[in-house]
Write a protein that binds this ligand. Structure first.
Ligand code: ADP
Ligand code: ASP
Ligand code: MG
Length: 405
C-alpha cells in the first residue's frame, strides 16, 4: 500500500471554481509523487454562513436536526466539484459524504463528536488507486441522522481520518501562513510560529484562535499525529510548501516561561439569571444535559434574588434562556460588551512576573477586567470590547510577539 497523506482544504481555498481547479492540480501532482491522497474539503467560501442565514430566514431558532441536514449540503457541493475537477485532469477520484466515509458520531446535532470511523470504503478506493474526497464537518449518528461537528469542524474530520488511516502526515491548507502568535488578520506583524506543542495549540484553539478546530488538536495529541498548517497560496508558489507551522509534541523547557500567543474570543456572552431559590447545581446539571457548558460561573445572593452569572458561547444563548425558564427565572440579562482575552504559554498562569506585567499593561490602558482565571498554560479575563485591540497590541509588544523589523 502506498503512503497515505490526508490534506484538508478550508473554505477559502475552494472558494470558487478556479480555486477548486488549482487544488485539484495540487492533489494530482502529489499522487504523481506516489502518495495515496485523502482530501477533506470544507464548503466553498462563506457557504455555511449563507446556509445558516437561509435557515434563519424561515425560523428564528432553526431545529438543529434540520439545520444539520441543510448545512451538510455545503460540503457535498465542494467534494463533488473537486472530484469532477480531478477526473478532468485524468485522475480517478471519488467523493464521499461523512456518512459514506464511515464517520459515526453521537446525536448532538450541530456539535456532534466522532465516536468511531469505519473507513472501509475509503480504504477500498485507495487500494484501487482512487483519490478519496471526503466531506468535512459531517458524520452520521447511530440513529442514521446526518450530524455536523460544530463550526470549523472539517479540521477535526481530517485529523481523525489521518489518525485512523495511519496517514504519513496531515496538512491543513488555509488562507494564512500557519499559526501566528495572534490572529494575523487582527494584528499584522506578529510572529509565525514554526512549531507549537499540542497543549498550547489546544488552549489557543479553545480560547478563540480559529485557525484550528480545538477538537482536531485534541485528537492529534492523543495519537501523536504531526499536523502541518499551511497557506495554500505559498504552496502554489513554491512547491517546497513554503512557510508552515508544525503542531507536534515539543520538548518541554525546564523552567523558562514564555507567552506563546494571544487570543480573543468575541463570540461570548455574559448571562445573569435571577431566581427566587438557590438551585444552581441542578440548573448547571440541566444545562450540561442540554449540551451547554459554561466557561465560567459564579453565584451570589442579592437582596431579593439569587443571581447566577454565566460566561457562555453566544450560540448557547437560546438553550440557556430556555433552561432558565424551566427553573422559574424571574429576570434574564445578557451582555455582549466583553471579549475574552487570553495569554497562552506554558507556565504563564503560574508566573507572578507575567501576571505583574499583564496588570501594568491593563492599568496603562485604563482597562477594567472581570472573571480572571489562570492555569498552568494560560491566563484569561473579560475585557470591554472597545479596549481589546489596544490592550492586545500592547501585550504583543510587551511579550515580544511582533516580528523584528
Ligand atoms: P479555513 O476556512 O481554512 O478553515 P478559518 O477561517 O477557519 O479557515 O481559519 C483561518 C483563520 O484563522 C485565519 O484567516 C485567521 O484570521 C484566523 N486566526 C485566528 N487566530 C489565528 C492565529 N493565531 N494564527 C493564524 N490564524 C488565526
Ligand atoms: N463549513 C464548515 C464551517 O464553515 C466547516 C469548516 O469549514 O470547517 O464551519
Ligand atoms: Mg477552519
Amino acid at each position: 500500500m502506498k503512503r497515505i497523506v490526508v490534506q484538508k482544504f478550508g473554505g477559502t481555498t475552494v472558494g470558487d471554481p478556479e480555486k477548486i481547479k488549482l487544488v485539484a492540480k495540487e492533489i494530482s501532482d502529489l499522487t504523481d509523487l506516489g502518495y495515496s491522497i485523502v482530501a477533506v474539503v470544507s464548503a466553498m467560501g462563506e457557504q455555511t454562513d449563507d446556509l445558516i442565514k437561509l435557515a434563519r430566514s424561515v425560523s428564528e431558532n432553526p431545529d438543529s436536526r434540520e439545520l444539520d441536514m441543510l448545512v451538510s449540503v455545503g460540503e457535498r457541493i465542494s467534494i463533488s466539484l473537486l472530484s469532477m475537477a480531478l477526473k478532468n485532469l485524468g485522475k480517478d477520484a471519488i467523493s464521499f459524504t461523512g456518512s459514506q466515509a464511515g464517520i459515526i458520531t453521537d446525536c448532538n446535532h450541530c456539535d456532534a463528536r466522532i465516536l468511531r470511523i469505519t473507513p472501509g470504503r475509503i480504504k477500498e478506493s485507495l487500494e484501487s488507486g482512487k483519490i478519496a474526497i471526503i466531506a468535512g464537518f459531517q458524520g452520521v449518528s447511530e440513529k442514521k441522522e446526518i450530524t455536523t461537528l460544530g463550526r470549523g469542524g472539517s479540521d477535526t474530520s481530517a485529523v481523525a481520518l489521518a489518525c485512523v488511516l495511519g496517514a504519513q502526515f496531515c496538512d491543513i491548507f488555509t488562507d494564512v501562513d500557519g499559526v501566528f502568535c495572534a490572529d494575523p488578520k487582527l494584528m499584522e506583524g506578529t510572529k509565525l510560529l514554526s512549531e507549537i506543542g499540542y497543549e498550547e495549540m489546544m488552549e489557543m484553539a479553545y480560547l478563540g484562535a480559529k485557525v484550528m478546530h480545538p477538537r482536531a488538536v485534541e485528537i492529534a495529541s492523543r495519537y501523536g499525529l504531526v499536523v502541518r498548517v499551511k497557506n495554500i497560496d505559498n504552496y502554489f508558489k513554491e512547491k517546497s510548501g513554503g512557510k508552515t507551522t508544525l503542531i507536534k509534541n515539543t520538548p518541554p523547557s525546564l523552567e523558562g516561561v514564555t507567552v506563546k500567543g494571544l487570543t480573543t474570543d468575541n463570540e461570548i456572552i455574559l448571562v445573569s439569571a435571577y431566581f427566587e431559590t438557590d438551585d444552581s447545581l441542578r440548573f448547571l446539571r440541566y444545562l450540561s444535559e442540554n449540551n451547554v457548558n459554561a466557561k465560567n460561573f459564579s453565584s451570589e445572593k442579592s437582596e431579593k434574588y439569587f443571581r447566577l452569572t454565566l460566561l457562555l458561547s453566544s450560540r448557547q444563548l437560546n438553550a440557556a434562556r430556555e433552561a432558565a425558564k424551566v427553573f422559574g427565572c424571574v429576570r434574564f440579562e445578557v451582555s455582549e460588551d466583553f471579549s475574552l482575552v487570553s495569554l497562552v504559554g506554558t507556565g504563564s498562569g503560574n508566573s507572578p512576573e507575567i501576571m505583574g506585567r499583564l496588570f501594568s499593561i491593563l492599568m496603562n490602558n485604563g482597562s477594567k477586567i472581570n472573571m480572571l482565571s489562570a492555569s498552568e498554560v494560560k491566563v484569561s479575563f473579560l475585557l470591554e470590547k472597545e479596549k481589546a485591540s489596544s490592550v492586545l497590541k500592547d501585550l504583543a509588544y510587551e511579550f515580544g510577539l511582533f516580528e523584528e523589523e
